[in-house]
Design a binder for this molecule. Structure first.
Ligand code: COA
Length: 380
């Protein structure tokens, strides 16, 4: 595939020339099947497999950190881009797995990559919405002209862990997605998007707490309300059927896949659709996008973008994808992406294939050890 020629990096890029130029993904080296966790916690495996629609979740070994995860995704995105490190003028990381209250995760990643100099470097936090905000800021920075033709490196990365025995434990996970924001070889993102926020305490982690406090029912309700408001804004009084037919896929933030199914049902109610039409939409345009999420588990800021990466793979130029981002607290935004010339190649899929092939699955005994808990009593 021929890439567009790079021009002098002093001009303000035209709006249509800004977007995702390349993408890289990374999953950590361990995983666990939810059936094994169910047995360990004395739950029916069907609760996790059918009730939550989870399959496996990624885990990090003790020596593997959020910096490893984010830096490798960034390295992979850079390796697929035709620019130089010196062409990067901004690095921004969206995460809720920060390792320091002052030093941004972007500094740790930049250090690994050897990125320094006239570069804006910072971290963005808004629960699972932080990665989307980072990406939007990079796009807007380019389109404003402030970038003076330079590209941005954006990373969404998280390790999602709950307290052992917490009901959220089967929804754990980890993963990172990185983007070079430059010319829209992979996808462009429409300037107009549809945000909606309403302050809430649905999921939060006070300073010093190792694990989040989650009001599961409230967070589900906030998420569904946010989705309805964002999609209503997109449709702007027009027939949702007519608007949604322009999208080949609808991607959502995926805390666990059942949450997305329930949200699509709520959208159907809001649109006045019957169950059959809603199920058809879910099967055709939503469920296929969650294939990788079912193997990564929740990766907070990266979850939506793992789904988008899957949905973009193999798309023809001009095909559209909707992406609904939600972060507890709460903030949300609905974006529209248009596939570029490199989407059909979908080179980033090899990252997932490689990581899945290399990762080791741990059993209940090893999981207990990993979480610093006592081993299991010998059988019999
Ligand atoms: N077989 C099949 N399904 C079963 C089952 C079984 N044996 N036992 C339970 N279920 C189903 C329940 O009916 C329920 O499905 P429904 O919601 O469609 O009715 C589902 O499994 C979950 O059961 P529930 O009792 O509601 O689970 P819980 O109280 O243990 O809560 C979570 C688990 C994951 C839902 C909750 O901890 C949570 O919401 N966590 C995180 C949310 C989050 O990430 N929010 C922030 C970002 S949006």
């Amino acid at each position: 595939m021929e890439r567009s020629t790079r021009s002098a990096r002093t001009e303000t890029p035209a709006i249509e020339e800004t977007g995702i130029a390349s993408m890289g993904l990374h999953l950590p080296p361990l995983a666990m099947r939810v059936e094994d966790l169910a047995t360990l916690r004395g739950e029916d495996p069907q609760k996790y497999l059918v009730g939550l629609e989870c399959n496996e979740f990624s885990l990090c070994p003790p020596e593997f950190s959020i910096v490893d995860l984010a830096a490798e995704a960034a390295r992979r995105a850079l390796s697929r881009w035709d620019g130089e490190l010196s062409d990067i003028g901004m690095i921004v990381v969206g995460t809720e797995s920060a390792v320091d209250m002052s030093r941004p995760l972007s500094a740790f990643v930049a250090e690994r990559l050897g990125l320094r100099g006239h570069v804006r470097s910072y971290e963005v936090k808004h629960a699972c919405y932080g990665g989307t905000l980072a990406l939007r800021q990079a796009l807007e920075w380019r389109m404003s002209g402030a970038a003076r033709g330079k590209a941005a490196l954006v990373v969404a990365a998280d390790v999602a862990l709950y307290a052992p025995g917490d009901p959220g434990e089967p929804t754990q996970g980890a993963g990172a997605v990185a983007f070079v924001v430059d010319r829209p070889e992979v996808a462009s993102i429409e300037t107009i998007s549809y945000p909606y926020s309403d302050p809430a305490f649905d999921f939060y982690r006070p300073v010093g707490d190792a694990y989040p406090t989650v009001d599961g029912k409230l967070s589900l309700e906030c998420y569904r309300r946010a989705a309805v408001e964002c999609f209503r804004a997109l449709c702007a009084g027009e027939d949702p059927e007519k608007i949604l037919q322009h999208f080949e896929a609808l991607c959502f933030h995926v805390p666990f896949p059942k949450m997305v199914r329930k949200t699509v049902l709520r959208l159907g109610e809001a649109f006045g659709w019957g169950a059959e039409r809603v199920n058809e939409l879910f099967k055709d345009k939503v469920e296929p996008t969650m294939l990788w999420n079912k193997l990564s588990g929740n990766a907070y800021t990266a979850s939506l973008w793992i789904s988008v990466a899957r949905a973009l793979q193999g798309r023809r130029p001009g095909e559209r994808i909707a992406a609904f981002s939600y972060g507890s607290g709460f903030g949300s935004e609905l974006l529209s992406l248009v596939a570029g010339p490199l989407a059909s190649e979908g080179a980033w899929a090899e990252d997932i294939e490689k990581d899945l092939a290399a990762r080791g699955r741990i059993d209940a005994e090893a999981y207990q050890r990993l979480r610093g808990l006592p081993g299991l009593a010998p059988a019999g």
